[in-house]
Design a binder for this molecule. Sequence first.
Ligand SMILES: [Zn+2]
Length: 317
Amino acid sequence: MKTAAEILAAFDNIRRAQNAGVYAPHKPLLILLALARVQRGEPRLVDFNDIEGPLKRLLVEFGRSGSANTRHLPFWHLRSDGQGAIWKLSGPRELLARPAATAPNLGELRLNHVRGGFPIAVDKALREQPGLLEAVAAQVMDAAFPETLHADIAAAVGLSLDRSTIIMAGERTAPAYVQSEHRHRDPGFRERVLRAYEYRCCVCGFDLRIGQVSAGLEAAHIQWHNVGGPDVEPNGLSLCSLHHKLFDLGAFTVEPSEFRVVFSQQAIGSQRGRDGELRHHGRPILPPQQRDMLPAPQYLGWNFKNVFKTPARRVGG
Ligand SMILES: [Zn+2]
């Protein structure tokens, strides 16, 4: 049996595909799906044909455009992470013997009923050590996605996450690791960004207060904090809860020349959606108090490339 600390460390070693600075959520989503299966007591190995559909739906919702086309890659490549400590495959020997560079295509994985899952020792530990599965899930989630999306992703993969169990498991097993690896959030970020935009949503102007306190207003990272986005005003937008969620899902972004809100062609609504959300399309954001607080092109560029669901709706007719 592996210790909880060993398992948490193995999952932390996953280096997400960062080819040319493109962030890929494939491996984290596959792992979360597999963890949910273990949590439900399903068998260790799953046929690619049975997990392909759910993974595709997750990539469409939480990945950038086109992510779902490469849904077979994490199923194949995850076995190379951590020297095989995370993922094992089972299937025809000549297929499995292929080097990493010649990954089978979707059809080959389907036809050969290649099965994948956590290694036996990891699977056993996840099933038997209370709180470990939840701690791994929280760690993978924290590393890959902003907090605004955690509850939605957990619901979509069918994972129940009790934060109190996770914290207990983390403290008991690997406190040093948890503290050293997590980037600190600057507690002043939210306040600075909200103040820069005068406590309004910069998309819709929402500025409700309860007494003296802003309600439903959040500071969004343009380049996600968990993938290196800094806690500075040019990487922040003051957004209401709804626009924060839509921004993190890639329904809209902000273009860097005139700071106009640009919605995705994939964001489609009936009458209420059109009158409500899409009326913001093409309009500049409400400006911050100072020009040097405006969103910086490099962060907007990251957001457009990695989060926004292309193609963009046209601006100006
Ligand atoms: Zn808003």
